[in-house]
Structure formats: structure tokens, C-alpha cells
Write a protein that binds this ligand. Structure first.
Ligand code: AMP
Ligand code: MG
Length: 519
């Protein structure tokens, strides 16, 4: 494969752990540890993304070379790579958890492409690091397929996200107790190569702050602003204020996208929140099938449901308050941080209104439209109606004579449908009247709704079907699903099967409706 150019600014400019090796340890006064991937038995490329490869100026010939699977399986390094694991902490499920760090992610280096863009390459599941604590540093095939596919699906949906270059089978088993119930099992292992301008998280800033390592925190903040936010102007506190406000703004935009497409992250701990406002760390995430604001796919969170769908905007805000706390030593007074948080509230409110207008096909969101949307959401919940299918079908409802016909495919339960049908019809008539007073013409409205309401999302059961096939040795399902998810807003005739509601068999099946952090 062709060589890549690396500048590795993070490890070049910032202090690292003086100690070598993978021994588990507390790493103080350092932002990372240099550590190499641990080689695997038989790396084999299962899938790759041509769009992400193109970001690195890589083509099919590069990906097909035997060297590619060696490098992205962790068995070889390209000239210029300097692998490291980052040191970070985090608030997990609302509680400070201390040092966490990249326990199974190893960044290979920061590549600079021909256009001058920076792309950090990071292997997930590449073996132990000083941050592996009691775990093995590996990842199973099922969770790697899920991360690979969802990273790319989110990108094509227009949601800010880290990307995925490759999925490599390791040829080694990994033992996991999927539901932590005393039934450990050997599963095939795999490694995803993730790609993003940076994988820094809120937790990278929280850890030095928690330890009183304030010069280190300042060094990291200055570095991040220079490297990742070069457009921000000013210096000192004014610059920090702009930066924090920018992080708040990007986070709000990201979460608003999640709410638009029906994505539930599942583990919104502060160590899983990107400082760039990218969706990061695809673990027990899920997609809303029937509209349920209280749903979370994560069985580890089944009790409190902290990371349920509808709470994501307020959880992101809470996470930003943790980041604000961590950054407070950079400011003489709390006002700039409060203003940043205010920016979150304003950006989210505006994005939410934009979602309402676009999902309903309105020129703009008027005051009464928030209630229109809320009432609809209550009905979708009560009637057990599929979120994606409903909004997609809504564009086909004739305002002159509204019926539920275009929405037939969206109902999961006949008796719940009957019970909510009268109220839904009332709502459709109200909606039709609202459209009547809206300036958009039919075509414009339809196009607007098509672009806001995806026909194809990575439904949990679709990913699980690709996983089942891959575990049987047939990896075609991964490339096929990736290809469907490339054009989520297009009709894609012939691919109706990927746009249908979750089948009954998938309702309570592991991987389809319930996922654990064990991956
Ligand atoms: P998560 O919430 O899945 O993003 O992970 C939380 C922390 O656990 C991070 O520090 C991970 O690096 C670490 N971790 C998760 N799985 C493993 C594993 N198999 N081996 C080592 N560390 C892990
Ligand atoms: Mg994580």
C-alpha cells in the first residue's frame, strides 16, 4: 500500500508517560502512554469504507494489499506511525470514575492527507494498554461490525461522527459474558480502524483537572484549540470562552441530529463525549423502531435509564457542565462558562425547531408547531408506531383528504392502532390545516421532508442479521448493509426490505433490542 504522511502532533507536542509497556497503572502528569498494538494470529480484512479510505487518499488497490490487513489488524506499523493510548477520566452514569483511558483503543498516528487534512487513525480492540484495567484490550466481531457500520451510516445521514476505515478479523477468540450472568463464551475477535481529526473526549480534560494538574490541563486546552479549532480568534480567557461555547454548540447540533434520526447512544458518559462534537464510541447504541422516548438499548442502564432516547439533550447538557467544571481554572470568573452553556441551550432549541419544521415539511417552525410535534410524539408512543416509517410516510399523506393509508407499514400492534386511530386522524387533519397555511409548495415540502426523514436507518435487527451471517463466515451482509446506508434519504427501489419495521422475532432478541456493554 502507498505510504501515508504522519505528523503525530499529540505525542510530539505533549507530555507522555515515561514508563514503557502495557502494565496496568495510574498515569499521572501525562496525557498518553506510547504502546504498540499486540499482534494477532490471522488478520483478515472483512470490510472497508471507500469514502473513509478516500479521506486518506487510499484506493482499492491499497486496501487489497496484504500489508493493509497486517497494519489495520495491529501486526505491522507503517513508516511514521507512533502508537499511543490516551489518558482520560470520566463521569460514568453520573459518577466520577477516575482514570479510565484507552483500554483497548490504540491510536496509530495522525495522518495528513494530500489536501492537508488531519486524520487520526485508531484501532479499537488492538490489545492491552496501561489503561486496560482488568480487561483484555480486545473487541468481539459483533460489536466491531456494529461500530463499523454505524460510524459510516451516521456520516451518510449527515450526523457528525467519527468514521470507520476498516474491519479486520483477528483469527483469535475473545471470551465475553454478554449479559454478565455467568455464561462466558468464546467469540470471534475483530478490530475496527476508526478515523477522526481527533479522539479527544471531555474526559481528557476532566482527568488532569481532577488531579489538580492545572498546567497540564492548560497545555492540553491550548494544544486542542490550536490544532483542532484554528478558526477561533483571540487569546487568553476570550479564546477559551469562544472555544467552550463552540464545544457546546457542536454538542447541541450533534444531539439534535440524534433526535432527528432516532439514534440512542446508550452510554453518554463524559469519556464518550467528543470535544469536537462527534458521535463517538459506538457500544450498546440503538435505533428507535416504535417511538418510545424512554427506550434505551443498554441493559447495563435498564434500571435508571439515564441514557434513554428523550433524555439525551439534557444529559449532553449535564456532561457539558462537567466539562465546564474541569475547565474552570482557565477562567477568572464563571460567567464565560455559563454563557457557553447558554449557547448550548440556544443552539439546541433552534436545532429542535429546525427538526420540527423539516420533519413536518414546514417552511419554519411557528410557536404552535412545537405542540403539534409533541402531540404527534405522544400518539406515536401510545399507538406503538414506527418513527422512521411514519415520518417518511407523512410526506405522502394528501392534505386535501388525509388518511392513514400511506402510514400502514408503521404500526406494530393492531389493537393499539385501533385505539389511537381516531386521535391520529384528528392530528392528521390538524396537520393538513397547518400545511394549508404554509407557504411551501407540494414538491418543496416533499423534498424537505425526504431530506430530514431517512428511509433507511441502521435498525438494530438489520445489524444483527449481518452479524449472524458474518459469524457463520458470510461477510457479504456487512458490505450490503453499508451500501444501503450510503443513501439513507433515497428511495432505493428494490431495497424495501431494509426499510421495513422491526420483525416480531427481533422484538426481544439480544442484539436487536437489548445490548450490553460487554463487547
Ligand atoms: P466504554 O464505556 O465502553 O467506552 O468503555 C469504558 C472504559 O472501559 C474505557 O476506558 C475503555 O477503554 C475500557 N474498556 C472497555 N472494554 C475494554 C476491554 N475489552 N479491554 C480494555 N479496556 C476496555
Ligand atoms: Mg468509551
Amino acid at each position: 500500500m502507498k505510504p501515508l504522511t504522519f505528523d503525530n502532533r499529540f505525542v510530539t507536542d505533549l507530555p507522555g508517560d515515561p514508563q514503557q509497556g502495557t502494565g496496568v497503572r495510574e498515569v499521572r502528569a501525562a496525557l498518553y502512554s506510547l504502546v504498540n498494538p499486540t499482534p494477532v494470529a490471522a488478520p483478515r480484512l472483512l470490510a472497508w469504507s471507500r469514502e473513509t479510505a478516500a479521506l486518506l487518499d487510499l484506493e482499492e488497490g491499497d486496501v487489497a494489499s496484504p500489508e493493509f490487513a497486517q497494519v489495520f489488524g495491529g501486526n505491522a506499523l507503517l513508516e511514521g506511525m507512533r502508537p499511543f493510548a490516551a489518558n482520560y477520566g470520566g463521569h460514568q452514569f453520573g459518577h466520577w470514575a477516575g482514570q479510565l483511558g484507552d483500554g483497548r483503543a490504540i491510536s496509530l498516528g495522525e495522518a495528513i492527507n494530500a489536501a492537508g487534512q488531519r486524520w487520526e487513525l485508531q484501532l479499537k480492540g488492538a490489545g492491552p494498554t496501561p489503561y486496560s484495567r482488568t480487561a483484555d484490550g480486545r473487541a468481539v466481531l459483533r460489536s466491531s461490525i456494529r461500530e463499523f457500520l454505524c460510524s459510516e451510516a451516521m456520516h451518510h445521514l449527515g450526523v457528525p461522527t467519527t468514521r470507520a476505515l476498516s474491519l479486520v478479523a483477528t483469527g483469535e477468540p475473545v471470551v465475553r459474558d454478554m449479559f454478565y450472568d455467568g455464561h462466558p463464551k468464546a467469540e470471534p475477535g475483530a478490530i475496527v480502524c476508526r478515523v477522526a481529526p481527533s479522539f479527544l473526549r471531555f474526559g481528557n480534560f476532566e482527568l488532569p483537572a481532577s488531579r489538580g494538574e492545572l498546567p497540564l490541563l492548560k497545555q492540553l486546552a491550548d494544544f486542542t484549540i490550536r490544532r483542532d479549532f484554528p478558526e477561533l480568534e483571540g487569546e487568553g480567557e476570550a479564546l477559551y470562552s469562544r472555544w467552550f461555547a463552540q464545544v457546546c454548540e457542536r454538542t447541541a447540533t450533534m444531539v439534535a441530529h440524534w433526535m432527528r434520526v432516532g439514534f440512542v447512544h446508550g452510554v453518554m458518559n463524559t469519556d464518550n463525549m467528543s470535544i469536537l462534537g462527534l458521535t463517538i464510541d459506538y457500544g450498546p447504541y440503538g435505533w428507535i423502531d416504535d417511538y418510545d422516548p424512554d427506550w434505551t438499548p443498554n441493559t447495563t442502564d435498564a434500571q435508571g435509564r439515564r441514557y434513554r432516547f428523550a433524555w439525551q439533550p439534557k444529559i449532553a447538557y449535564w456532561n457539558l457542565t462537567r466539562l465546564a467544571g474541569a475547565l474552570s481554572s482557565l477562567f477568572a470568573s464563571p460567567e464565560p462558562l455559563q454563557e457557553g452553556l447558554q449557547r448550548y441551550r440556544e443552539t439546541y432549541a433552534a436545532a429542535d425547531q429546525d427538526n420540527i419544521a423539516r420533519k413536518l415539511g414546514l417552511a419554519e417552525c411557528r410557536e404552535e408547531d412545537a405542540a403539534l410535534m409533541e402531540d404527534l410524539q405522544s400518539l406515536l408512543h401510545a399507538g406503538e408506531v414506527d418513527m422512521s416509517i411514519f415520518f417518511r410516510g407523512l410526506a405522502w399523506v394528501d392534505p386535501a383528504a388525509p388518511t392513514l393509508d400511506p402510514l400502514n407499514g408503521a404500526f406494530y400492534d393492531a389493537s393499539k392502532r385501533s385505539a389511537t386511530e381516531p386521535a391520529l386522524m384528528d392530528w392528521l387533519r390538524r396537520y393538513a390545516a397547518r400545511i394549508g397555511s404554509d407557504p411551501l409548495d407540494y414538491e418543496t415540502r416533499q423534498a424537505r421532508m425526504r431530506m430530514a426523514n431517512p428511509r433507511f436507518v441502521l435498525r438494530n435487527y438489520l445489524a444483527q442479521q449481518a452479524i449472524d451471517r458474518a459469524e457463520q463466515g458470510d461477510e457479504e451482509g456487512i458490505a450490503e448493509l453499508l451500501d444501503v446506508m450510503r443513501h439513507p434519504y433515497d428511495e432505493q427501489p428494490g431495497r424495501e426490505i431494509f426499510a421495513q419495521r422491526r420483525p416480531d422475532w427481533a422484538r426481544d432478541r439480544a442484539g436487536c433490542s437489548m445490548l450490553s456493554c460487554s463487547s
